[in-house]
Design a protein around this ligand. Structure first.
Ligand code: ZN
Ligand code: ZN
Length: 139
């Protein structure tokens, strides 16, 4: 078994051949694919895969904290296998979503933890969304 699959098995995810194909497509994927794009990619090697299987697998991964749902695009949900905290920027021309790993806590005065005047609300993370035009579309 491929090494990267081990963590999913340890998290209790049942690894069927179709799920392995989904996880293989997602592994290291920084393109923030939609469920439809993941479905299309997996169907090339597994023609019998259903959209429901893809959708259910994405939900199972999300529930286990191994997949992030990126909601920067109000029209479509995108998925990100990188669960390290980071931010996103979306191009208004081509809808491309790119990762931003800078920490804006200081600049934006974002509270790092509890008791920061949120009426007892515990802050567990933050996500900053940027909109603009990407390098490819600017040329
Ligand atoms: Zn663009
Ligand atoms: Zn991302």
């Amino acid at each position: 078994m491929e090494k990267f699959l081990q963590k999913y098995r340890e998290a209790g995810l049942k690894l069927t051949p179709q799920r392995i194909a989904i996880l293989t497509f997602l592994d290291g994927n920084t393109g923030h694919p939609t469920a439809e794009e993941i479905f299309a990619a997996v169907r090339e090697t597994h023609p019998t895969v259903s959209f429901a299987t893809v959708y259910n697998t994405l939900q199972a991964l999300k529930t286990r904290g191994q997949l992030t749902e990126v909601t920067i695009n109000p029209e479509r949900k995108h998925f990100d296998p990188n669960t390290e905290p980071h931010h996103h920027a979306m191009c208004s021309e081509c809808d491309k979503i790119v990762d931003i790993f800078d920490d804006f806590s200081e600049a934006l005065k974002l509270p790092k933890d509890v008791g920061a005047g949120f009426d007892g609300f515990s802050v567990t993370g933050n996500h900053v969304e940027f909109y603009g035009v990407c390098g490819d579309c600017t040329e």
